[in-house]
Each structure stands twice: as C-alpha cells, then as structure tokens.
Ligand binder design. Structure first.
Ligand SMILES: [Zn+2]
Length: 70
C-alpha cells in the first residue's frame, strides 16, 4: 500500500506504507503518522500519477497552459 500526502511546503509525494519518516526536498523531515493522508493506493504507478496531478493542481498545470497565455 502506498500513501499520498503533502509536505508543509506544498509538495505532494508518496511513500510506501510502513515507512515512519520521510524527508522532503525542501529539507523538512516529518513522521508519516502526523501527516494527513490524501489517498491510499495499492501500486506505485497510481501513487506517482496522483502526485503528478496534485503538483499540477498546485502549480496551475503550467506545462499545459503557458502556450495559451502567450
Ligand atoms: Zn517540503
């Protein structure tokens, strides 16, 4: 089982269930139990897809919209 969650900096990430601590790229380390889990999924492919979607949601899907804005 994989857990999808967010760091305080807003970055979405996933981790295998059972992992106690996780370090974000921002440098913050936290215990998974203290995080609000956004989603649980059985396979990492779904987890990584969710993370990508959450990142695009947060940053406005820049990849897809910049062409229209010019
Ligand atoms: Zn972070």
């Amino acid at each position: 089982m994989y857990l999808v969650f967010r760091c305080d900096c807003g970055r979405a990430m996933y981790s295998k269930e059972g992992v106690v601590r996780k370090k974000c790229v921002c440098g913050k380390t936290f215990t998974l139990k203290s995080r609000r889990i956004i989603k649980k999924t059985d396979d990492f492919k779904t987890a990584s897809k969710l993370v990508r979607e959450l990142q695009e949601e947060k940053y406005g899907g820049l990849k897809f919209t910049t062409a229209d804005r010019i």
